[in-house]
Design a protein around this ligand. Structure first.
Ligand code: MG
Length: 396
């Protein structure tokens, strides 16, 4: 059956990804009758096990610290919302943006970046101790792990491992990749998703857009969560030019506004302005680069961007959040415990592989099987498993 034209987004630009001209799937499949290839990718992501786990994975605050903080799931939904809204204005493919945005954090470990750092250190140590050829040396990178989830680890379909997503979705998921790992990927898939990390060039505009939507989303929601948690105050935020500008703007329109509503209105104004800034700047850059195809986009420098001024102001905010929120003693204290949970679990499974569920570790090196198993855990599952194996309660 042919793909229904009704499902195709109307008025896509020449430089947008067209599902009818996708570079295809690793395992060829017949087209779906009512959905485009990218819509189908999005649906596959939503139905995956890894996607459901995002609800119990840390963004900044541990999942059990409060019900209203962002989790990886609500973060991903916010990235998708911002991305789609910008994509529509630029006549990019919204469905592809949504698929990439919903999948972009699937490879995150429990406990956010602390979990990833710990797992990477464990893998490096295991690799240094192992006999040559007895381990792999990929280490742990969360973007690569997201790709691994959709390429290998999901077990849903009779004919293949993974979700068998289109090249364009996989390209967007692999946002960053170290050179060494890009070379390894390139050997497995010559000219594939890792090629641009070796030969230069850019991913599709939809992929570029998801990167920026990710940054816009977490800068805004981390202010919200930071203030909600009490670790940041509105007064302290006055030091950040970007935020202070919108707080003052909100107060001009609503002089009596205070507290939570003032915070929300300031964030809302900031989000809108950043979205409009990206749309305007990207339109100008698209016009001056005169790109007329996805191929031309891939050969050039990135085009989806903030204006110079907004980029600078956004970096100041990022640095502020890094110093005052991500490195806040209270956050660091849970981060230390989270690191210990991950490295303890890694040690135990390496020394007692019988503790791993049967499905793990059959067809690969033990260290990789252990890393895949731990990376897939939710915060609370990792905490429970640590209690089971060590009897110590690190997160009462
Ligand atoms: Mg993200």
């Amino acid at each position: 059956m042919a793909v229904s034209n009704a499902a195709l987004p109307a008025g896509l630009a020449d430089f947008a990804c067209d599902p009818a001209r996708s570079r295809g799937r690793r395992h060829p499949e017949p087209e779906a009758p009512t959905r485009t290839a990218f819509q189908r990718d999005r649906d596959r992501v939503i139905h995956s096990t890894a996607f459901r786990r995002l609800v119990y994975k840390t963004q900044v605050f541990l999942n059990h610290e409060g019900d209203l903080f962002r989790t990886r799931l609500t973060h991903s939904l916010e990235v998708a919302q911002l991305g789609r809204s910008i994509a529509r204005s630029l006549r990019l493919n919204e469905d592809l943006v949504e698929a990439i945005a919903l999948a972009h954090d699937l490879g995150h470990t429990p406990f956010g970046h602390a979990g990833q750092d710990a797992l990477n250190a464990c893998l490096k140590a295991a690799s240094a101790q192992a006999a040559p050829g007895d381990t792999d040396s990929w280490g742990f990178e969360h973007n690569l792990q997201s790709l691994r989830v959709v390429d290998e680890l999901e077990e849903r379909y009779p004919a293949f491992d993974g979700l068998n997503l289109c090249f364009e979705t996989r390209e967007g998921i692999l946002k960053h990749c170290s050179k060494a790992n890009a070379q390894r990927l390139e050997q497995q898939e010559p000219g594939g998703v890792a090629a641009r990390f070796l030969q230069g060039g850019s991913p599709s505009l939809e992929a570029q857009l998801c990167n920026l939507a990710d940054e816009i989303a977490y800068n805004a929601h981390d202010i919200d969560d930071g203030v909600r948690s009490g670790l940041l105050t509105l007064d302290q935020m006055a030091d950040v030019e970007l935020f202070e500008h919108y707080r003052r703007t909100a107060l001009v329109a609503h002089p009596k506004l205070q507290g939570r509503r003032l915070l929300f209105e300031s964030i809302r104004l900031m989000l809108s302005d950043q979205v409009y800034d990206v749309i305007d700047t990207t339109r100008e850059r698209l016009a001056s680069a005169a790109v007329d195809s996805v191929e031309a986009v891939r050969m050039g420098a990135p085009l989806v961007a903030f204006s110079d001024g907004m980029k600078e102001r956004s970096q100041v905010l990022k640095r502020f959040l890094f110093r005052n929120l991500y490195r806040h003693p209270q956050v660091m204290e849970t981060t230390d415990r989270a690191r210990r949970v991950v490295s303890d679990l890694f040690d135990r499974y390496m020394n007692a592989p019988g503790e791993l569920p049967e499905a793990h570790g059959r067809k690969q090196h033990l260290a990789r099987a252990v890393a895949d198993y731990i990376a897939g855990m939710t915060d609370r599952f990792a905490i429970r498993e640590h209690e089971r194996l060590y009897g110590a309660v690190l997160f009462p």
